[in-house]
Design a protein around this ligand. Structure first.
Ligand code: ADP
Length: 421
């Protein structure tokens, strides 16, 4: 066996570090690094310690195999140990007589049964972040550790640092994901409870206001209309919130039947005619009359998806503008486009407008209402049908939102099954 005294020691160091990269997991890898360190420095034992989250204790992540069971559960305090001093200072140390160093953490000796005579320790640092300490103890034959031993340790510590740093990042990602999932569950619970609790009183307000509308004198009718409009808007917001959430929590289901797309388009255009007129916007379609164009889908959901596009087109088009609803049949699909000559969407925002709560203007400064949910709801509804939705837009010129819906849902489902199997 070649040791550091061998003229081949550099070659062995290279070979050792090359072999290390074949280790299967982090634990096995660190064990190999520690063993390579013992071998190359001709020492009795070697170990790697990593700081815990608090930064107050170091824990063994590699140690001689026979002592591993004892050492893996041992906490070495940063304050009160040689390893801790090396970790804190970031400077390597050679300790010739560990026993006499007041900082020597004697618990380890008593628990492992190995009396520490001499020691060399280097900090494990990556990208300026302190990670832990790499140490070797008891050079064979009672000899002292040298600067060369420290150099070997530093090379191996740099190897270990990369993997330990990656491991730390991976753990941070996992715990961030867990936190996000927990927050998401809390948000879903809140949305479900809030929308359920709001729906009942809102239903009462709308019901009674509609009843009053029939009873009151014309001069009061306008005020009651305002109540009805505001309550309906609130109802839409609550529906949007629970629609997006239901889909994300897998609660949404499709109630499909064959329905006429062209009839739906005419109904929707009719229902938005008054809003459009109030802004002197014309709203038209390429269909002259309902045609025989039916699809298999959930009419409520497709209606919501299209309504949101038409509502936005009117909202983001200036007075005197135009909104056009185009219906085309392409093989296997119906292509529905809502085109406006309104304010358009800046290129930088276009990719994000289908995200939940995304709005081009800041919520606090914008002129328009809404919560940035409409398009995400439309996307959800369309994708539930195996369809696609996208937008093209030029700022200052207008926007074109397109929905592609498969005509035959059964076919889409069968195709998806084959793809997933
Ligand atoms: P909101 O309900 O707040 O309007 P949406 O999800 O429906 O939210 O839309 C997100 C954002 O996309 C809007 O705030 C708006 O800035 C932009 N947007 C949507 N449709 C249009 C459109 N037809 N023209 C211009 N901007 C639009």
């Amino acid at each position: 066996m070649a040791t550091k005294d061998s003229p081949l020691s550099l070659e062995y160091l290279l070979e050792a570090t090359r072999d290390l990269r074949n280790a299967l997991d982090l634990e096995a890898y660190l064990q190999l690094v520690a063993e390579a360190a013992s071998e190359l420095t001709d020492s009795e034992a070697s170990s790697i310690l990593v700081a815990d989250e608090s930064g107050n204790n170091l824990r063994f992540v590699a140690a001689p195999r026979i002592q591993w069971n004892v050492m893996k559960s041992l906490d070495v305090p940063v304050e009160g140990s040689i390893a801790g001093r090396v970790y804190s200072s970031g400077n390597p140390e050679i300790i010739l007589t560990a026993k006499r160093d007041k900082k020597h953490f004697k618990n380890i000796d008593s628990m492992t049964g190995v009396e520490t005579q001499s020691m060399a320790a280097v900090p494990i640092i990556f990208k300026g972040e302190k990670i832990g300490v790499f140490e070797v103890v008891n050079r064979s034959g009672g000899k002292d550790f040298s600067e060369e031993d420290v150099a070997i340790l530093e090379i191996l510590a740099a190897e270990a640092a990369v993997l330990l740093y990656n491991d730390r990042l991976e753990n941070q990602v996992v715990s961030a994901r867990e936190k996000i999932a927990k927050l998401d569950r809390m948000k879903s619970d809140f949305t479900a409870i809030a929308s359920h609790e709001l729906r009942t009183p809102l239903g009462l307000i709308l019901g009674h206001a509609t009843f009053l509308r029939e009873m009151v004198d014309p001069e009061l009718a306008e005020q009651v209309d305002t109540i009805i409009r505001a309550a309906s808007k609130l109802k839409d917001i609550i529906e949007d919130l629970s629609n997006v959430d239901n889909f994300q929590t897998g609660m949404a289901t499709l109630r499909t039947r064959i329905f006429s797309v062209s009839r739906l388009i005419f109904e929707l255009i009719d229902s938005y005619q008054a809003d459009a007129k109030s802004k002197k916007i014309t709203i038209q379609t390429n269909l002259h009359k309902p045609i025989d164009l039916s699809i298999d889908g959930d009419v409520e959901k497709i209606s919501i998806a299209l309504s949101n596009l038409i509502k936005n087109a009117i909202m983001f088009t200036n007075e005197g503008g135009h909104v056009f609803v185009q219906v085309e049949q392409v093989p296997g699909y119906v292509k529905l486009s809502v085109i406006d000559d309104g304010i358009g969407i800046p290129a930088a925002d276009l990719a994000r407008i289908f995200e939940r709560f995304y709005q081009v203007e800041s919520h606090l400064t914008r002129k328009h209402g809404g919560m940035g949910l409409g398009l995400s709801v439309s996307k959800v509804m369309v994708e539930m049908h195996g369809g696609r939705i996208w937008a093209e837009s030029v700022e200052g010129k207008g926007s074109n939102f397109t929905i592609m819906l498969p005509m035959n849902l059964a076919q889409v489902k069968a195709a998806q099954k084959v793809l997933n199997s």
